[in-house]
Ligand binder design. Structure first.
Ligand code: UFG
Length: 316
């Protein structure tokens, strides 16, 4: 299939490009390279550099494509609190330009990178897609606004859309050109930060007073390769003019200290940590109910936490 991948130079997008091309799809990447890395792309990919906010460029990128995987967007919770307008502009307005371009060219299929940040502070765990969405930051708000636009477009332009609400993505893939690493700058995520920690610069544990068994936050980690497998399965499931929303996680929660233990195991040395205050906006527990993913797109993750930590380590 001919697929436009927006945000294909980023951490998750570049894994999608690699896996799609390896399975014989023809991929065009549209990316402004504001946070991604051009050297993550296979040399043979069709690449268009530019912004989603440029309607002519978007139509040029979409020409000849049958489906879209939409990864492009701003994704830092903390930054979104400081720059909400930027997040609305790039994420919501950018996606609107993409949907308009798809409408112009009659392209009917899209898989969208949404986030568990749409839920906010959940009332129940594990969280099902039926849970109320009350995002606690502008990042989550923009993802929810885009989901609403996709629901509208399913009605008005007969779009077949699936939004995948990611939980905590980790891990990496080895390619013929080397490992595709998670290369965020600044890096805020737990696993890469833990792997970088040293005695001189220990991992900060954000809060030791949460209402959880070991008093640290609990999250649901999913390997990036499993995540892309979910995208491929979602793409194959796009048949009707509807918008479906599906959680993508492992269904299992790990505390920050359990991740610290996994990192110590992989590095074969005890990880240096230091207690720090709670981070603003962190919910105590975020674990996905992934039964809808299995039912709707026949997806289940196969890689566990140790493999995510090992692969992130090898890629770093
Ligand atoms: N943490 C630390 N120290 C660190 C980094 C993180 O203790 O140096 C803790 C956090 O407080 C949190 C847990 O580790 O409890 C996981 O934090 P991450 O930053 O790795 O991930 P988040 O759960 O904050 O965020 C992820 C995605 C977001 C998305 C959110 C949805 O990265 O894009 O899940 O819930 F919005």
């Amino acid at each position: 299939m001919k697929i436009l991948v927006t945000g294909g130079t980023g951490y998750i997008g570049s894994h999608a490009v690699e896996i799609l091309m390896n399975s014989g799809h023809e991929v065009t990447v549209l990316d402004d390279c504001s946070t991604g890395h051009l050297d993550s792309l296979p040399p043979t990919v069709r690449f268009i550099q530019g912004s989603l906010l440029d309607p002519d460029l978007v139509v040029r990128a979409l020409k000849g494509c049958e489906a879209v995987m939409h990864f492009a967007g701003k994704s830092l919770v903390g930054e979104s609190v400081k720059k909400p307008d930027l997040y609305r502009q790039v994420n919501v307005a950018g996606t609107k330009v993409l949907l308009d371009g798809m409408n112009t060219l009659g392209i009917k299929k899209i898989v969208f990178s949404s986030s568990a940040a749409t839920y906010g502070e959940p009332e129940k765990s594990p969280i099902s897609e039926k849970a109320q969405c009350v995002p606690t930051n502008p990042y989550g708000e923009t993802k929810l606004a885009i989901e609403r636009d996709l629901s509208t477009a399913a009605l008005t332009q007969h779009l077949a859309a699936i939004s995948l609400r990611y939980f905590n993505v980790a891990g990496a893939l080895k390619t013929q050109r080397g490992w595709l690493a998670e290369r965020h700058e600044p890096e805020t995520h737990l696993i890469p930060n833990a792997l970088r920690a040293t005695k001189e610069s220990p991992l900060r544990i954000f809060g030791r007073d949460w209402n959880t068994p070991d008093r640290t936050c609990i999250r649901d980690y999913v390997h990036v390769v499993d995540l892309i497998d979910a995208h491929v399965k979602a793409l194959n499931a796009l048949v009707d003019s509807k918008h479906h929303i599906i959680n993508i996680g492992s269904g299992t929660g790990y505390s920050v200290m359990q991740v610290v233990d996994a990192v110590s195991r992989v590095k074969n040395s005890e990880l240096a940590t230091v207690d720090a205050p709670r981070r603003a906006g962190d919910p105590a527990v975020l674990v996905a109910d992934i039964s809808k993913a299995e039912k709707l797109i026949n997806w289940k993750p196969v890689k566990g936490l140790d493999e995510m930590v090992e692969d992130t380590f090898k890629a770093s």
